[in-house]
Ligand binder design. Structure first.
Ligand SMILES: *[C@@H]1O[C@H](CO)[C@@H](O)[C@H](O)[C@H]1NC(C)=O
Ligand SMILES: *[C@@H]1O[C@H](CO)[C@@H](O)[C@H](O)[C@H]1NC(C)=O
Ligand SMILES: *[C@@H]1O[C@H](CO)[C@@H](O)[C@H](O)[C@H]1NC(C)=O
Ligand SMILES: *[C@@H]1O[C@H](CO)[C@@H](O)[C@H](O)[C@H]1NC(C)=O
Ligand SMILES: *[C@@H]1O[C@H](CO)[C@@H](O)[C@H](O)[C@H]1NC(C)=O
Ligand SMILES: *[C@@H]1O[C@H](CO)[C@@H](O)[C@H](O)[C@H]1NC(C)=O
Ligand SMILES: *[C@@H]1O[C@H](CO)[C@@H](O)[C@H](O)[C@H]1NC(C)=O
Length: 435
């Protein structure tokens, strides 16, 4: 494991005290083991009631353009084996970003009242907006067009919960923005409960929740607002405080990465609370994930609940990673990285984290779908909030903005933006059960 240079250490402390990355370029091709298509997705299974099915399928086949079936007596397109094998053969994470001014962004920043000032980059005077207009296009298949009504129908009488840190909170905000435009005023609401933000679509009795749990397991950072960033202490074997909120939730989406990345070591307990030890982050992450996996395996009912895990959201803290010789960050980046697919510009630590995550998921009894968004988001050096954001409740001052090297936030994403794509992929999973 590499140590950080003084300079980077210093810079990091000023920018984002909890972020770390090993300053070394590593290329890795992860061999993709094609995962066998699972059972019908829960959401679909619940719709398999004669009558409603046909209508819905017709709507799907119209809008998808994936296959054209002319005969009316053929099986509905996405239930046919050819459709399923087509999706199972298609790696939706292998693809490219294409500029699509016509269909992107999926919603307008000013039209969504639920966005936090942290992510409203246009309102915060970001001069360029092309970052909103990119659409992820997998090689070999098409992502279904996001249809808010259809998703609300899938979520009727159900709860969808995002749980994790501030990155996950932006995925939640993105989802709420994607859904809310089709719901009239007075039929939607958002409110807080301790550790939670809850969005409700009244006519559908559909609930979308964000629950703060930055380490997945319990920690001294569990208060959504008043949490320590520097003196973090993680309880690797405790999850009950959080998991009580997961019981009976229909769709659970987990995420936890960036809070682990403060340094190569982390203080944690794994047993008695007085027995605090420094753990290697990769070891601690694995222990925490196993605590989580064990809870999921013993408490989740795969017939009625569906579980996802969002892979690590990449950061763009060092411009030399995509522009060799430079010494800046994501500030002023207005275009995605143009590269072929298949390589990671990740630090060794984050590769460890990714490998740990996939290993643990493979060993689980319950199938957890990986939302493998790391690589596709990696191209989006242009998507971060940079200096067009607020910190500790205040917009950056012009003085702070003039010093992007120390103030730019290259971890969080503007909305509309990259997390919308994560939700389009989640939507595809819920609609088709793709892998
Ligand atoms: C995630 O997606 C990338 C890009 O397609 C791929 O290289 C990698 O193998 C995938 N990882 C897993 C665990 O499926
Ligand atoms: C199908 O689309 C039509 C027109 O957009 C809509 O009225 C209908 O409710 C949709 N049906 C379903 C099941 O989504
Ligand atoms: C999926 O089907 C489409 C349309 O038939 C085809 O163009 C595409 O190559 C197929 N993809 C795979 C991975 O088989
Ligand atoms: C999309 O809009 C941008 C900025 O307005 C413009 O530069 C670009 O050429 C447009 N691209 C397409 C494909 O229309
Ligand atoms: C509304 O949804 C909740 C789950 O979020 C469910 O427990 C409840 O039964 C639903 N209410 C009705 C009237 O179906
Ligand atoms: C762990 O806690 C001790 C005592 O508070 C502290 O001195 C040490 O720096 C901490 N280690 C890490 C990695 O934060
Ligand atoms: C950012 O871009 C503007 C306009 O292209 C340019 O004038 C400025 O020098 C750039 N700043 C940095 C720090 O690269």
């Amino acid at each position: 494991m590499q140590t950080l240079t003084q300079k980077h250490q210093k810079r990091r402390d000023t920018i984002l005290p909890w972020q770390v990355s090993n300053c070394k370029m590593t290329m890795l091709s992860v061999s993709s083991a094609p995962r066998v298509l699972s059972l019908f997705p829960l959401a679909l299974a619940s719709l398999l009631v004669v009558g409603t099915v046909r209508l819905l399928l017709e709507n799907c086949s119209d809008s998808e353009n994936v296959i054209s079936h002319s005969s009316a007596i053929e099986p509905p397109p996405f239930l046919s084996t050819s459709f399923l094998s087509n999706w199972s053969q298609c790696n939706i994470y292998d693809g490219k970003w294409v500029l699509d001014n016509a269909s992107r962004p999926l919603y307008k920043e000013e039209d969504c009242p639920y966005l936090a000032n942290q992510v409203t980059c246009q309102k915060n005077r970001r001069p360029d907006s092309l970052y909103q207009n990119w659409r992820w296009e997998p090689n070999g298949c098409t992502l279904p067009r996001f249809d808010a009504r259809k998703l609300l129908e899938l979520l009727r009488n159900k709860r969808l919960m995002f749980t994790g840190d501030s990155i996950q909170r932006s995925q939640f905000q993105s989802m709420v923005c994607l859904l809310q435009s089709v719901i009239p005023d007075g039929k939607k609401s958002i409110y807080r409960e301790p550790g939670m933000k809850i969005f409700k679509a009244e006519d559908f009795n559909a609930t979308v929740v964000f629950y703060w749990a930055p380490f997945i397991v319990e920690s001294n950072s569990d208060h959504a607002v008043k949490h320590t960033v520097r003196k973090r202490l993680v309880k690797l074997d405790s999850i009950e405080k959080h998991s009580q909120h997961y019981k009976g939730v229909d769709v659970l989406v987990f995420e936890s990465y960036v809070w682990w990345m403060y340094s190569a070591l982390i203080n944690a307990t794994n047993g008695p609370p007085y027995n605090v030890k420094e753990y290697k982050v990769s070891t601690a992450y694995e222990l925490a994930l196993r605590t989580w996996a064990n809870w999921i395996d013993t408490n989740i009912n795969p017939q009625t609940q569906k579980v996802f895990f969002t892979s690590s959201s990449p950061t763009h803290l060092w411009s030399w990673q995509w522009r060799p010789g430079s010494d800046e960050n994501c500030f002023n980046e207005t275009y995605p990285i143009k590269e072929g697919s298949g390589s990671y510009w990740r630090s060794e630590l984050s590769i460890d984290i990714m490998k740990t995550l996939t290993d643990v998921l493979h060993e689980m009894k319950i199938k957890v779908n990986l939302l493998n968004i790391t690589q596709l988001s990696e191209y989006r050096k242009d998507g971060h909030t940079s200096v067009y954001t607020e910190r500790r409740g205040k917009l950056l001052t012009s003085e702070e903005r003039s010093n992007p090297k120390t103030t730019a936030d290259c971890i969080h994403w503007c909305l509309p933006g990259v997390p919308d794509t994560w939700n389009e992929i989640l939507y595809a999973h819920l609609l088709y059960g793709i892998n």
